[in-house]
Design a protein around this ligand. Structure first.
Ligand SMILES: Cc1cc2nc3c(=O)[nH]c(=O)nc-3n(C[C@H](O)[C@H](O)[C@H](O)COP(=O)(O)OP(=O)(O)OC[C@H]3O[C@@H](n4cnc5c(N)ncnc54)[C@H](O)[C@@H]3O)c2cc1C
Length: 222
């Protein structure tokens, strides 16, 4: 049986698989040798106590077949797979904007064998950087290239922390996280709370550019 154990508290200096198994075996009241950690669902820092910082960990744990779930812990079931439909669309779908939504729309459509046309009104990330700096230093805004507009979308100049609905473990969210991993993010983004993504969006941009050849820049749709 696979059970979900939520919010196990591990002192940060003891962090590691052995401690997770120990905490799980205490919660389930069975021998550590009889359980197996199938997946780390989430991991976040709990700094509410100044004396001791903890990681709050949620796990999927495999228990022996004869295990009696007396605490009525939630049983894990595989997320329902998103149905991939085939399409009869002919021609090229249009995507307006190459922020995260545009990027994932492009990857999805490419998966269907389509070749979307992408319109992005802002500049390339390197050129945007100059305009953003100019705004920060001189308070002079370029309406077409700024914090909001341009390759990578609105959050490109944030510190790169990923906000997602990771905890609900839905197949859609997992697919997004897996895509980030495929494009170079570390595996741990699958369970760390608000992880850092680094250059992943740039890698997706490059991949989509290679696949499509023609991302149309500086052509705003009004
Ligand atoms: C300053 C800031 C910091 C942020 N920090 C974080 C963070 O740390 N972590 C996090 O997870 N989220 C963060 N966010 C939120 C995140 O950026 C957004 O959730 C995300 O960008 C939304 O993606 P999107 O593709 O829907 O829209 P957007 O990212 O806004 O992308 C829309 C794109 O469309 C283009 N566009 C708009 N109009 C036209 C047009 N007429 N023609 C052609 N192109 C057009 C724009 O140039 C833009 O590139 C931050 C947002 C901001 C503003």
């Amino acid at each position: 049986m696979e059970l979900i154990l939520s919010d196990l508290r591990i002192p940060i200096e003891k962090d590691g698989m052995d401690e997770y198994v120990k905490a799980a075996s205490q919660q389930l009241e069975i021998d550590a040798g009889n359980i197996f950690i199938a997946k780390i669902l989430s991991k976040s820092l709990d700094a509410s106590s100044k004396e001791q910082f903890y990681y709050k960990i949620s796990l999927i744990v495999t228990t022996p077949d004869n295990f009696q779930n007396k605490q009525n812990l939630p049983v894990y079931s595989e997320p329902v797979k998103a149905n991939r439909k085939t399409t009869n669309i002919k021609g090229r779908p249009v995507i307006v904007g190459f922020g995260p939504a545009g990027m994932f729309a492009a990857l999805e459509l490419i998966d269907y064998g389509l070749k979307p046309l992408i319109f992005e009104r802002g500049k390339k990330i390197e050129e945007r950087f100059v305009d953003v700096q100019k705004f920060i230093k001189e308070r002079e805004i370029n309406p077409e290239s700024n914090i909001q507009f341009g390759e990578g979308g609105a959050g490109s100049y944030s510190d790169g922390k990923l906000f997602s609905r990771r905890n609900n473990n839905s197949s859609y969210v997992n697919r997004v996280l897996k895509t980030f991993i495929k494009f170079g993010a570390p595996e741990e983004i699958g369970y760390i709370s608000k992880p850092h993504l680094g250059m992943v969006k740039r890698n997706i941009f490059l991949q989509v550019s290679i696949l499509l050849w023609d991302i149309l820049r500086a052509i705003p749709l009004r």
